[in-house]
Write a protein that binds this ligand. Structure first.
Ligand SMILES: [Zn+2]
Length: 230
């Protein structure tokens, strides 16, 4: 619950910062903004985003946390700007959205608050759980999906900084950062991100995997105990 005075202040701030799109976004999400998860110590800062709000979102099922990041590409030949895709997500008739879109120039547009459920995965199944939208964040990379259209260096850079932030903020393990083609329950229908997306380059940009580091530490400690002279 947000008191009217606080809500008015939020609307004013959103209006100044983001114009009418921010105003619409704040008006629709202000009640939740007060309970949004606060980034904790050690979380890399969120990179700058431009808000172009989509109406296509709703609440996640009660008690459902965010534990997966799903990468997509837009399958849009000839388009380079994230805002072009965002205007489609903002269209009341499109029925689709994602939390973030990253354009060829590296600009990041946010369309749906992280805490809300965006409509990006469609019918989907990941490790025995259906409806991946329920528990994931969706990131769209602007790309033609031909397998030859390059994902650009600015896209990799922005994706890396965004995912470093999100993975730390929501404690998402490295093995739950996956592509749409990994979770579709219609094999062969969804192929994104395209085959020329460089997973090694992207994952390397995230730095050391905290979970893998913790496992390595356990093994090393066990080894050290084993070798300790009695
Ligand atoms: Zn997709």
């Amino acid at each position: 619950m947000v008191c009217p005075g606080r809500k008015r202040a939020l609307l004013k701030i959103a209006s100044v910062l983001f114009g009418s799109a921010g105003l619409a976004m704040a008006a629709s999400v202000a009640p939740q903004a007060a309970v949004a998860q606060e980034p904790s110590v050690g979380v890399p800062p969120k990179p700058p985003v431009t808000w172009i709000a989509s109406p296509h979102f709703d609440d996640r099922p009660p008690g459902t946390g965010i534990d997966t990041i799903l990468l997509h590409d837009t399958e849009t030949p000839g388009i380079s700007l994230a805002r072009t895709i965002a205007s489609h997500f903002a269209n009341p008739r499109s029925g689709v959205s994602a939390h973030f879109i990253i354009g060829k120039g590296g600009e990041i547009v946010q369309c749906v608050p992280e805490e809300k459920r965006a409509f990006h995965a469609g019918p989907s199944l990941f490790r025995g759980r259906e409806r991946v939208n329920d528990f994931s964040l969706g990131i769209e990379l602007v790309n033609a999906q031909t397998g030859r259209d390059p994902f650009t260096a600015p896209q990799y850079a922005s994706l890396g900084s965004l995912v470093r932030h999100l993975a730390a903020r929501f404690a998402i393990p490295r093995d739950r950062i996956v592509g749409h083609h990994d979770v579709t329950n219609r094999p062969g229908v969804k192929r994104d991100p395209a085959i020329n997306f460089d997973w090694d380059r992207f994952l390397a940009s995230l730095g050391p995997d905290p979970a893998a580091e913790a496992r390595r530490q356990v093994v090393e400690n066990r080894e050290a105990r084993r070798l300790r002279p009695m």
